[in-house]
Design a protein around this ligand. Structure first.
Ligand SMILES: C[S@@+](CC[C@H](N)C(=O)[O-])C[C@H]1O[C@@H](n2cnc3c(N)ncnc32)[C@H](O)[C@@H]1O
Length: 350
């Protein structure tokens, strides 16, 4: 499912299926989602071999069985991790041979996060001690303590792959320009050789010098078994891994993970998007959900959609990718321009 071309059997159907969000979903996800659930969950889907499913329920029943059928669910997760255990710990490896999308991905993430930090932390987080948690995020981690005096900044500690360390070095220079020191870098990844690669790279000299590794927590657990420490994170970034979770585990994960956010903190979910319904990947045991499907799940998690953006610059044959910023509180409306009423009010002629 991940950075892979849309399966042929699925892409052939793409031009025929179009679906625009129903009116009650256009502006907000918080309204009556019962109807949306019908739309999203009842939508037909397919698997990577082109097999059709009537709806998500039918697919889940087949994949993980009835509620309480633990052996099937355990097998689903075991096979997902087993797939990644056979993948090399490199950019190309985790991106399914599409390492070239890395730059566009990072730029997109950077711009999105930048705008959010500005909006949510007033001066962009200046003088604040920001902590982030990343889930198996190609071992790049995020921008921790922002430097007050020399302008604000954040940075991804990027490309901490053993094979492409030069990029990390470049970013470290950038980092020194913006950041005094990190306060925390936490990583979660269920596949131990990926996590080992991250640990090894983080212990390289310049990371040690910047004190990163001391502050880093490495969690070798899957999302469905993880509960973050209460009130630790400003940002929890989840990218290209939530498709491994069943709907029930998706919901219970986010419900648990909310406690990990500091006041004003938020989740960023960056994921592949199916044009309709869902696409099950038979190889790595994951599903790609549609935008509506995600919004339905967010609602069930009690999360609010604060901001959303499409990732630009990806090859056409890949799934579209969206970034969702999710908050636990209802977002306040941001009025950027004077309202018409106000603008047309009589004023004093000077
Ligand atoms: C396509 S890779 C993406 C890696 C990284 N998030 C990125 O953005 O480059 C999918 C990742 O999901 C991880 N994964 C598989 N099952 C998982 C689970 N149940 N919970 C958390 N991560 C999982 C894999 O080990 C792998 O690192």
């Amino acid at each position: 499912m991940w950075i892979r071309p849309i399966p042929k059997a699925v892409s052939q159907q793409y031009p025929i299926i179009t679906q625009s969000p129903p009116p009650y979903l256009r502006n907000s996800v918080k309204r009556t989602i019962t109807k949306a659930r019908l739309t999203a969950m009842e939508a037909a889907g397919s698997d990577s071999d082109g097999r059709e499913f009537k709806n998500a329920q039918e697919m889940w029943k087949e994949q993980i069985g009835d509620e309480g059928d633990d052996p099937k669910k355990i097998q689903w997760y075991r096979e997902g991790v087993a797939y990644w255990e056979g993948v090399e710990a490199s950019v190309d490896g985790v991106l399914g041979g599409f390492g070239q999308v890395n730059d566009a991905d990072i730029k997109g993430s950077e711009a999105f996060l930048n705008s959010l930090l500005h909006e949510r932390f007033g001066d962009g987080g200046r003088n604040q001690h920001l902590v982030a948690l990343e889930f198996s995020h190609r071992w790049k981690t995020l921008y921790y303590e922002l430097m007050g005096k020399h302008g604000w900044g954040w940075c991804m500690l990027d490309e901490m792959y053993s094979l492409t360390f030069t990029v990390a070095a470049v970013n470290m220079y950038m980092l020194h320009g913006y950041l005094k020191k990190f306060s925390a870098v936490d990583l979660l990844e269920p596949v131990s050789h990926f996590l080992d690669a991250a640990r090894e790279n983080l212990s390289q000299e310049h990371f040690v010098a910047s004190d990163v590794h001391k502050a880093t927590n490495f969690y070798c657990v899957p999302l469905q078994e993880f509960t973050p420490e209460a009130g630790r994170y400003n940002v929890i970034w989840i990218q290209w891994c939530i498709g491994h979770l069943t709907d029930d585990d998706f919901i219970s994960f986010f419900k648990r993970a909310k406690v990990g956010l500091k006041p004003g903190g938020f989740f960023i979910l960056k994921e592949n998007i199916a044009r309709n319904g869902f696409v099950l990947d038979n190889e790595d045991r994951s599903i790609t959900r549609s935008d509506l499907y995600f919004k339905d799940l967010f609602h069930q998690c009690g999360l609010h959609l604060y901001k959303m953006k499409d990732q630009k610059g990806l090859p056409e044959e890949l799934f579209a990718v969206k970034m969702y910023a999710l908050t636990t509180e209802v977002p306040k409306k941001v009025h950027k321009t004077r309202s018409k009423v106000q603008a047309n009010r009589p004023g004093i002629i000077k």
